[in-house]
Ligand binder design. Structure first.
Ligand code: ADP
Ligand code: MG
Length: 372
């Protein structure tokens, strides 16, 4: 769980801080005063949770998690304390690893993953502010160099916008790519670009170029709100694998999985578009169509997770096919992957209901087990 600081606007209008980290992975939300409480609870990710039906104004709630980072926590401390470094190492060892950032719009998802860099687009962020992604790239490239043979690295970057999958590395006008399924590969995106890289500068550039192509629009809660879900995947292969040959040009199509058994790990970063109540963000017209699509896919994600959270014997069919997002994440959610979920929340009294929903949802996601 990551709690962001109160923003200047929130402080200026006198929002109270209702979220407190108690240490030891425990977080307390005090909702004793109705001040600033914004009405009934509604959150696309938590509709299956009984708490979502209860008025938050009557509650003081305490939750326990693997780690809680309060408003003063540095980006570095989040990287080290969240298990992100271990996740990078597991990806190098051949596992499918995923990190998700989820939470309300404006709760700090993009900041946690990328730092403030991607939002100003003008000057590079101070090194101390770099997010989980850049820190993981550094770790990956250091590991690659320290291993004699090095690793073959490539990246792909997609967004799901209005239920369409788009390639963020493609330089042409945005066009929808087909999402297919096969017995051997599971769900995959056809004609997705994959770009080889060898240096930190190269992958940082890809991240910047791609995130600038992402759909964002300004609305009441966040002036650079991401309107799409973005998935950056790093493919990691041991250099010894000959199918990943010498003749590869800088830009190639994603290779078919090779027949020869080898270590092929992936590290996927998922920046989910924020959940939001259409009324609160002042969305209308095209924006509300976007909001409804975002909410629909988050709802599908929440549904899959609540089914996955059931004990293994009691699990029914998991409806991954309900949205593009859940199809793309099927392997991370229920397959053989290792997944780190970072739930971002605002400490403000105005965000209380969304915060409680995110915490309920995160508690549920904790119960999902996969078999890496
Ligand atoms: P989201 O991606 O969840 O919509 P953002 O990451 O864009 O939210 O964050 C919203 C605003 O809050 C941005 O201006 C961002 O710089 C700021 N912010 C978020 N998290 C932090 C943090 N931990 N420390 C300082 N500022 C933050
Ligand atoms: Mg964002």
């Amino acid at each position: 769980i990551r709690v962001r600081p109160l923003t200047c606007t929130e402080t200026r209008r006198g929002d109270r801080q209702v979220v407190h980290s108690l240490g030891d992975g425990t977080i307390h939300v005090s909702a004793t005063s109705p001040l600033g409480f914004g009405g009934g609870l509604w959150h696309p990710l938590s509709c299956h949770h009984p708490c979502a039906q209860v008025s938050a104004a009557k509650h003081d709630a305490t939750f326990g998690f693997s780690a809680v980072f309060d408003a003063g926590t540095s980006q570095e401390a989040v990287f080290e304390g969240s298990g992100m470094r271990q996740l990078v190492e597991m990806a190098i060892d051949g596992f499918s690893c995923t990190v998700f950032a989820f939470g309300q719009t404006g709760s700090g998802k993009t900041y946690t993953l990328m730092g403030p860099l991607a939002q100003t687009e003008t000057q590079p962020a101070a090194p101390g502010l770099l997010g989980l992604m850049q820190r993981s790239f550094t770790c990956l490239l250091e590991q690659s160099q320290s291993r004699g043979s090095g690793l073959a690295l490539s990246a792909s970057y997609l967004e799901v916008y209005n239920e369409q999958v788009r390639d963020l590395l493609s330089t042409g006008p945005p066009c929808a790519l087909p999402l297919r399924w096969s017995k051997t590969r599971g769900f995959y995106v056809e004609n997705q670009l994959s770009v080889d890289f060898e240096s930190l500068e190269a992958i940082t550039d890809l991240l910047l170029q791609g995130s600038q192509r992402r759909r964002t629009s300004a609305h009441a809660l966040n002036s650079h709100s991401s309107r799409s879900h973005a998935l950056l995947t790093i493919h990691i292969r041991s250099q010894a694998v000959s199918t990943w040959g010498q003749s590869i040009t800088p830009t190639t199509r994603v290779p078919q999985p090779s027949a020869c058994p080898s270590k092929q790990g992936t590290l996927c970063f998922v920046d989910l578009a924020g959940s939001e109540r259409v009324k609160e963000t002042g969305s209308s017209g095209e924006l509300s169509v976007e909001a409804n699509n975002i909410n629909r896919s988050l709802l599908a994600l929440g549904h899959c997770i609540s089914l996955l959270a059931k004990p293994r014997g009691k699990r029914t069919h998991i409806p991954y096919r309900d949205s593009k997002l859940t199809r793309l994440l099927a392997r991370s959610l229920g397959g053989s992957g290792v997944t780190l979920m970072v739930a971002c929340i605002s400490p403000s009294s105005r965000c209380l209901s969304e915060t409680l929903s995110t915490l309920n949802y995160a508690s549920q996601a904790r119960r999902v087990t996969t078999r890496p």
